[in-house]
Write a new protein. Structure first.
Length: 271
């Protein structure tokens, strides 16, 4: 199917991109999620602003106790970066399993977080790590913590004139891991679970069981109170209400949450 007619702007500067977004254009990052939806007319923006020429939004560096990752940094770069592998492994591991190599070469970390698909891996990995995003508009810049970023299906807490410009990863998330279950390597996760074991306790986040990534508070409460892994696994799906669909029943998905939480926690514990 052919996408509906729309305007197209190639941004040369961040200010140009912000002006286009403020005027109603939708940002185009890697295009690996948005373009297929446009071809099926599941999305029909009136205009696009291409962020591909903004070198200032690409790259990874240290900033205090965090890693600053440009929003246009590709999944492949995130997965292979030695700083992220050493300091926030859950995000690198999640990025390494996104789609195919072609998708990882084109897709970006900021694009995935901004698209907010409820089966995407990176929003859950960021939530497990306790990271954040930096967003900017013509009005200024602000920080949104991962817990507050995704609000519903394909919806974030960004204002209509804001862009994600940077992703912030804590350097204290080295003991972390991401586990997922999918039918084929290029498929979305049916269920994915990220775990981070840090000085403030264990954080666990799940994708594929709701309209946004969810914290597995049942698992966290048991582990952080000194309970056994078996007890935590039994409580991993507490409060979650996945839907019965072609991927499986709600019961099956809740079973996967426990299985994958055990796998990710065990891997993180040994790191």
């Amino acid at each position: 199917m052919i996408p509906s007619a729309l305007s197209y702007t190639k941004a040369g500067t961040l200010d140009e991109a912000l002006a286009a977004v403020a005027a109603g254009a939708r940002p185009l990052a890697g295009g690996q999620s948005l373009v297929p939806m446009m071809r099926l007319r599941l999305a029909a923006p009136e205009g696009l602003v291409d962020l591909g020429g903004l070198a200032e939004l690409v790259g990874i560096c240290e900033d205090g106790d965090e890693l600053a990752v440009g929003a246009m940094t590709t999944h492949r770069s995130v997965a292979a970066d030695p700083q992220i592998l050493a300091s926030c492994h859950v995000v690198a591991q999640a990025a390494s399993g996104v789609g195919s190599l072609v998708i990882r070469n084109r897709g970006t970390i900021g694009g995935s977080l901004g698209h907010a698909d409820p089966h995407a891996d990176l929003p859950a990995a960021l939530l497990a790590a306790g990271g954040a995003v930096i967003v900017r508009s013509s009005r200024g810049e602000r920080r949104i913590e991962a817990d507050d970023l995704v609000t519903s299906y394909l919806t974030t807490s960004l204002a209509s004139d804001e862009l994600i410009t940077q992703v912030r990863l804590p350097k204290g998330a080295a003991r972390s891991a991401y586990a997922k279950f999918h039918r084929r390597a290029i498929d979305w996760s049916i269920v994915g679970v990220g775990v981070t074991i840090g000085s403030a306790g264990t954080r666990v986040a799940v994708t594929g069981v709701g309209d946004r990534p969810l914290r597995a508070t049942g698992f966290e409460d048991v582990i952080n109170a000194g309970g056994s892994l078996d007890e935590a696994v039994a409580q991993a799906g507490t409060g979650m209400s996945p839907l019965d669909d072609l991927d499986g029943s709600a019961e099956y998905k809740l079973h996967l949450v426990g299985v994958l939480a055990r796998q990710a926690y065990t891997e993180a514990s040994g790191r």
